[in-house]
Ligand binder design. Structure first.
Ligand code: SF4
Length: 110
């Protein structure tokens, strides 16, 4: 199985990072499509306030959260908006829930 790390290692060696990076991201995303779901108990997930359902965001702790924000509409979500779960560039080897949220949320452009 080709891992994201291995793919990203090959690209600079090929001297074509700018050209191949999107392809590598897509391949890495597909390679991890069957990866396990991120647990809210994961230390990194906890530090970023990840929840698998944005309805449970601690709004007192994360006042920047706004209604409508969720993983499926975040730039770091590596799947289509309609996907119930997909990899996130912050959590290698794991999938996050489409309705989830964390404090690193960045809205998709458009
Ligand atoms: Fe979800 Fe975006 Fe946080 Fe990843 S960075 S867990 S896609 S809100």
């Amino acid at each position: 199985m080709i891992t994201r790390r291995r793919l990203l290692h090959w690209i600079p060696a090929a001297g074509a990072a700018g050209t191949l990076a999107p392809l590598a991201e897509r391949a890495a995303s597909q390679a991890s499509a069957g990866s396990p779901m991120l647990s809210e108990a994961d230390p990194q997930a906890k530090s970023l306030g990840y929840v698998s359902d944005a309805k449970r965001v601690d709004k007192a702790k994360f006042p920047k959260y706004a209604a409508g924000q969720h993983c499926a509409v975040c730039q770091l979500y590596q799947g289509p908006t309609s996907a119930p779960a997909a990899p996130c560039t912050l959590f290698a080897g794991k999938q996050v829930a489409g309705p989830g949220w964390c404090s690193a949320f960045v809205p998709k452009p458009g």
